[in-house]
Design a protein. Structure first.
Ligand code: SF4
Lengths: 397, 80
């Protein structure tokens, strides 16, 4: 059953076009692009839309979207890559935990090569630490059942990933495991979007609307974006990941911006429901509570993190192993913080492509499979953005 | 890490299921999608099914997923 697209209740404006339901013949993509060009020409001013999802970043760069968008339409990557937004202090804490005696540190593969202040999990492993990559948080629980050593599951991620951690904690409680704990830096996307709009770095670009993340929205639902639409008058279009779906979402965003309207639209109704995944939300609410969290480049944002509730504090690795919080330092010369907030493009980093490459990454945006620097390096011809002549001042009108 | 991958559920017992992903059989935890049945298509993220989807929608995203994974594996070696 294909779900119907949802127009947010109480928000004015009509739906201009049905969401794409594919497959996508070249003709339909050309038609969508022509429509976007027509709208962009009619508006006649620069518009910046922000995506806040690592998969949108990679998909848009992979298909060369930047090269075919109208000159006055820009898609900026915001704080959507979970590895990239994790503060340096949190990365350093995870690496320090891996070095503790009698500990097995389990984590997702994306974390392995993220550079800390001194080394990475990969180099810790080469130095003798027991670091294991798991496909699921439940594998770390299974491992804890088979050993007397302490197993720490280190995870970052948005609302898509956090329910898996919550399920692992509940399973460990059920199994009475006293050698399992979690070291997490889970984040919530809506507080970050609010922070970007209300207290963005001074050089951050104006955002005319959001291409909202598809798979985070599967969990939190469409209604979660209403405050962004109502309080900040910014449209949010939840988009799928294929190029025609992204183009269709951008066309919609451009049309709404041109008419000075703010709406919430679901262009990914095949997976995203208005209420989201209630089972996942219930699990999250049982195990975690919202709390202030530190983001790379955005500082501390109120209510933007998830910490274990008191009832589950026994499973908090920070508490059980008395981990201290290292100081928060960006790698020298790295501007990941500005890249994440949309204030700078990777090409503006003096290290990009020279000292910092996917083989020798300096910052997380280059090492993560969903990082903006990584996307620039992999997909842009000669690593140069077709719209590099744009400055943020030109965008902020 | 934001990516969820479509796969077909081939068997399940309680919260434990097995999905078919391009001929590979992978374990999946089903507690976030209660009531799913073998034959249904699921979106899988970090070893958990997070939503049910149509077969047509699943097939549509295979090429994208494969391409992104190839790129990611080439760059980073390992993916969750
Ligand atoms: S190119 Fe490297 S050093 Fe520069 S911002 Fe990106 S990740 Fe950081």
């Amino acid at each position: 059953m294909t779900r119907q697209a949802v127009l947010s209740p109480g928000i004015t404006g009509d739906r201009r076009s049905a969401p794409p339901t594919g497959p996508y013949p070249a003709d339909s993509v050309k038609k969508d692009l022509a429509e976007l060009e027509r709208i962009a020409a009619h508006i006649g001013r620069a518009l910046s839309f922000m995506e806040v999802c690592g998969t949108h970043t990679m998909s848009a760069f992979r298909c060369g979207l930047a090269g075919v968008l109208p000159d006055n339409i820009r898609l900026i990557s915001g704080p959507g890559c979970p590895v990239c937004v994790t503060s340096q202090a949190d990365i350093d804490q995870i690496i320090a935990a891996a070095h503790m005696p009698d500990v097995i540190l389990c984590t997702y593969g994306d974390m392995l090569r993220v550079p800390g202040s001194r080394g990475s999990l990969e180099s810790a492993r080469m130095a003798g630490a027991d670091v294991r990559v798991v496909y699921s948080a439940m594998h770390a629980v299974t491992l804890a059942q088979s050993t007397t050593r302490q197993v720490i599951f280190a995870a970052v991620g948005f609302e898509t990933t956090a329910p898996a951690t919550a399920a692992a904690v509940m399973a460990a409680r059920r199994l009475n495991l006293n050698n399992f704990s979690v070291l997490t830096s889970h984040k919530r996307i809506i507080p970050a979007m609010r922070a970007l709009l209300s207290s963005a770095p001074v050089d951050a670009p104006c955002v005319d609307g959001f291409l909202a993340p598809g798979h985070v929205s599967v969990i939190i639902g469409t209604a979660a974006y209403l405050p962004i639409v109502r309080d900040f008058h910014k449209s949010c279009v939840i988009g799928g990941f294929e190029p025609p779906q992204i183009i269709s979402a951008l066309t919609q965003l451009a049309q709404l911006a041109g008419e000075n309207k703010a709406e919430l639209l679901n262009h990914y109704p095949e997976a995203v429901r208005p209420e989201g995944n209630l089972a996942a939300q219930q699990l999250l609410n049982t195990v975690f509570e919202p709390a202030a969290a530190r983001w790379r480049g955005l500082g501390v944002i109120d209510q933007s993190g998830l910490i274990l509730r008191m009832e589950y504090a026994d499973f908090d690795a920070r508490r059980r192993h008395q981990l201290c919080t290292p100081e928060d330092h960006e790698p020298r010369g790295c501007i990941c913080g500005r890249v994440i907030s949309g204030a700078a493009a990777p090409g503006e980093c003096p290290l990009f492509g020279s000292a910092c490459t996917p083989v020798n990454p300096i910052g997380p945006c280059m090492v993560s499979s969903e990082g903006t620097c990584s996307a620039w390096f992999k997909y842009l011809p000669n690593h140069v953005h077709p719209n590099r002549g744009w400055s943020n001042q030109e965008v902020c009108t | 890490m934001c990516l969820a991958i479509p796969a077909k559920l081939i068997r399940c017992e309680g919260d434990d299921g097995v999905v078919d992903l391009h001929g590979m059989q992978l374990p999946v935890n089903l507690q976030l999608t209660p009531g799913v049945r073998p034959g249904q298509w699921l979106l899988i993220h970090a070893g958990f099914s997070i939503e049910t989807i149509d077969r047509a929608d699943a097939v549509k995203t295979f090429a994208l997923v494969k391409d992104l994974q190839d790129a990611s594996c080439a760059g980073n070696g390992v993916q969750p």
